[in-house]
Design a protein around this ligand. Structure first.
Ligand SMILES: [Zn+2]
Ligand SMILES: [Zn+2]
Length: 383
């Protein structure tokens, strides 16, 4: 006989429903992994096809201009031919099955920098003269490889105290780690970098700070957020805003101009329309760029030698996020482009509006104090 509760409902089917509800994420994850395994990624990932007109095609670039490479997630390399700056520097990109296992058995499936993948990516991106690795926050998909990249390239590691603890845990010398104060500018040759306190996209996992040295391999959950920064990279040939997480502090970019904004759309598609609109206004309309390049949209469980595809349905709602920002860009002076990984694009020629830039940068100069860094050299075990 089927047991009924006081309202006359079938309690057995209730329990089954609750069980299925609780198991749903695991079942979807399992199905996603299985479909990926048999090569049916078109069933697990949104298509890029409807955005084909936004996809930037590579063109020859002169290395002594201000050029930028998108390297997946929020990893970005900015280079003027003399000096380069890298954001985050995440190349290991552990697989989804590895991540899933790390939740079930953290001691067995911890993660660490994949040196082979990092070195291959640095070679392919022609990383020379790297002055700084600017870490946006300490979640593993941003900070996992940052210390190794800084060490290998003799760059300074810039980030929160949590990021500093990732650096220390990998043997970086204190001279090679810098934790900026908010509203501080860092000079690296012709680059001036303004540091903005920002906010992580809503409902982040692994909040809190990393309070002790973190030595890999470690569990994904040990890479706690540790505060989120945005970086404004100023150069005489153009100004680039890196906004790495889809949230904002109201008025945070008042009086600031950027020629190009690298705008995170990670998890933006899960937000309500009014949030997406406010996000666009606070970050893009406030800084008046000619160009917006969405970042943090690609499936970072896949290695970088594969073509970039959007996050799987299980992790995000890419289409909704993209459509949300395209709706806002419609009729404005700002165009949106999706960049492939590794190709360099010259951002100087078409995107600088000098008069407006000078006016706004005068204001920025007054807001920030400047710290100048000498060349440093690396003294860690990775050498
Ligand atoms: Zn994060
Ligand atoms: Zn992230």
């Amino acid at each position: 006989m089927i047991p009924l509760d006081k309202t006359g409902t079938d309690t057995t089917s209730n329990e089954i429903n609750v069980f299925l509800y609780m198991c749903r994420p695991s079942l979807i994850l399992f199905m996603t992994l299985m479909l990926q395994l048999v090569g049916c990624e078109w069933l697990t990932h949104p298509s890029l096809e409807q955005y084909s007109t936004l996809q930037k095609t590579p063109s020859p670039v002169t290395e002594d201009t201000l050029h930028v490479r998108f390297l997946g997630t929020t990893t970005i390399q900015v280079d003027d031919g003399q000096t380069a700056i890298m954001i985050d520097g995440f190349f290991s990109r552990p697989s989804l099955s590895r991540l899933a296992l790390s939740f079930i058995a953290p001691n067995l499936a911890s993660i660490g920098p994949n040196q082979e993948r990092i070195i291959a990516a640095l070679d392919r991106a022609k990383v020379n003269n790297l002055a700084a690795v600017l870490v946006t926050h300490s979640h593993y998909d941003h900070a996992l490889d940052s210390a190794f990249v800084a060490c290998r390239t003799n760059a300074i590691l810039v980030g929160s105290e949590s990021t500093a603890n990732i650096g220390r845990g990998q043997g970086l010398h204190e001279d090679q780690i810098f934790t900026p104060r908010v509203n501080e500018s860092l000079r690296f040759n012709k680059f001036l970098v303004d540091v903005f306190q920002s906010r992580h996209s809503p409902e982040p996992r692994f909040q809190g700070t990393i309070d002790e040295m973190l030595t890999p391999p470690a569990s994904v959950s040990e890479y706690k957020e540790g505060g989120t920064y945005s970086y404004l990279i100023r150069h005489e040939w153009g100004t680039i805003l890196i906004h790495p997480s889809a949230h904002f502090i109201p008025n945070m970019f008042d009086g600031i101009h950027a020629d190009v904004v690298f705008l995170s759309i990670g998890s933006l598609g899960k937000q309500r329309t009014d949030f997406i609109r406010s996000y666009w206004r606070e970050v893009v309309e406030a800084t008046k760029p000619a160009l917006v390049v969405p970042v943090h949209w690609d499936d970072f469980f896949r290695p970088l030698d594969a073509r970039l595809v959007p996050m799987p349905f299980i992790g995000d709602n890419f289409t909704s996020g993209m459509d949300g920002i395209l709706e806002m860009a419609k009729g404005s002076d700002t165009r949106v482009e999706l960049w492939p990984a590794f190709d360099a694009f010259d951002i100087r020629k078409s995107d600088v509006r000098p008069r407006l830039q000078n006016k706004l940068q005068d204001k920025a100069e007054k807001l920030f104090t400047t710290v100048i860094y000498p060349q440093i050299s690396c003294h860690t075990s990775h050498e």
